[in-house]
Design a protein around this ligand. Sequence first.
Ligand SMILES: CC(C)(COP(=O)(O)OP(=O)(O)OC[C@H]1O[C@@H](n2cnc3c(N)ncnc32)[C@H](O)[C@@H]1OP(=O)(O)O)[C@@H](O)C(=O)NCCC(=O)NCCS
Length: 403
Amino acid sequence: MAEIGVRVGVAGDFEDVSELFGAAMMFDPSPNELGRQLFEPERALVATDGGEVVGTTRALTRDLSVPGGVVAAAHVTGVGVKATHRRRGVMSALITRQLREVPEAIAVLWASEPGIYGRFGYGAATWGTAYEVDLHRVGPPSVRIRPGELGELTADDALKELPPLLRSLQERRPGVSGRSELQWQRRLEDKKDDRHGKTARRILVHRDETGAIDGYALWRGKLNWGATGPASEVSLQELVALEPTAYKALWQHVLTLDLAATLEFEYAAVDEPLQQLVTTPTALNRRVNESLWLRVTDVARALEQRRYAVPVDLVLDVTDDLIPANAGRFQLTADGTTARCERTDDPADLTLSVTELGAIYLGGRTLAEFAATGRVTEHTPGAVATVTSAFTWPIAPVSIEVF
Ligand SMILES: CC(C)(COP(=O)(O)OP(=O)(O)OC[C@H]1O[C@@H](n2cnc3c(N)ncnc32)[C@H](O)[C@@H]1OP(=O)(O)O)[C@@H](O)C(=O)NCCC(=O)NCCS
């Protein structure tokens, strides 16, 4: 590593960073003006070898819903190392520095492979559910749609109409990333290169009896014919519904499109209500995988930023190999509405590493799960049960987009 340096990015790095990440992930990048505007050079780190860019990591300034609130979270993305420079510690140098420098109390990312980020103290905090729905078997929700209830929007209108719905979803579910106007533009961008043989994106909306939009779905279709007839594919990208009527109508619509045989959706929650509404849930063909990984970068601030399901008052002994300021004992005292977390010299009720703290932070996993494999040491009987009850949340977290 002696010859490889790491520096903060500058605006002129945009092309090199895009090129390098595309090559590392095996896609041809098509950097455009929107991508350039979304690039935050001062939040990028660049590894160079004799002036050549050989590794990058970036952070996006976004917020994230957590139990009881919406907080700033560094959204880490674009992690890549040139194939000729792999396994020489370049990523480790980039990620370690990034974690020590981000101003937010938590960092989140989607991992290309689950083996990469645990060593840096990230915990898999959210399970995502992917569907590959057999539309001929599933038995969609049976609802009567009144005229005018469903319609479509142009991307320009969607940019104005949809942001409040995402903010409402953030108030209801942890794990949801907020979007600035530029990030909404990126979400609704519809470049031909991104379609992979599918149609242009459709923006379906549901309106309540007053005409207000209370749900939307983003989807594409792909014409296909099988040996026995039409076998088209529906690719659902995002479905947000604020009310049960909207939820049922939107799902019924996308599950009953003419000619379609399958529907793919990668971003369902583990407690997705759809499973109650179809007659054959097994035909959803569910697969559960890690989605959002979370790293606590400032223990006291992070634990004060969320709310707890039941009162808690105990001392956590946290270990952290990368961020020394996180290691040590913290008194966490919380009731339903307030939370305090500060350093203490009192004896610990339990010992855990920052990785477990990240995994349970959004309420999607329990400390009891980690105690069962010996990753948590309980010094006071009942401490694991108390933390498990306090950190869980009535609704599972979900991350609805890869960023
Ligand atoms: C993943 C990637 C960034 C790793 O970069 P790197 O510079 O080779 O990583 P390092 O040399 O710092 O590796 C540190 C450790 O992580 C391990 N590791 C690296 N990549 C890994 C992977 N894909 N899966 C599992 N472990 C991995 C290394 O073996 C090493 O372990 P060790 O310390 O026990 O030897 C790089 O290989 C890459 O760009 N891959 C393709 C793009 C990608 O997947 N990016 C991540 C997007 S989320």
